[in-house]
Design a protein around this ligand. Sequence first.
Ligand code: FES
Length: 90
Amino acid sequence: MIQETGLHAPRAHVSDNHSHLGERRKYLMYICICNALTDKQVDRAIKDGCREPSDVYKACGTQPQCGRCMETMWHMLDTAMGEAAVSPGE
Ligand code: FES
């Protein structure tokens, strides 16, 4: 008899497709693990005028450590800058 346990057990039906995340996320996402910086903190820093990851670290009272979060921060910065260019009134 084969037992279905652990990683090989069949998946239960997944009813949560995270569609609610676009409206209002309940959970924080860590952008920088070394400094425990969340997406909310990085967003706030960008809204407050940060234009480079080094600005974000400084605004959050931290310093870069391993640098693995830089790409994500640049992406967030580029996205924010793109959105600001599309809707300068906000
Ligand atoms: S993950 Fe941000 S410095 Fe390491």
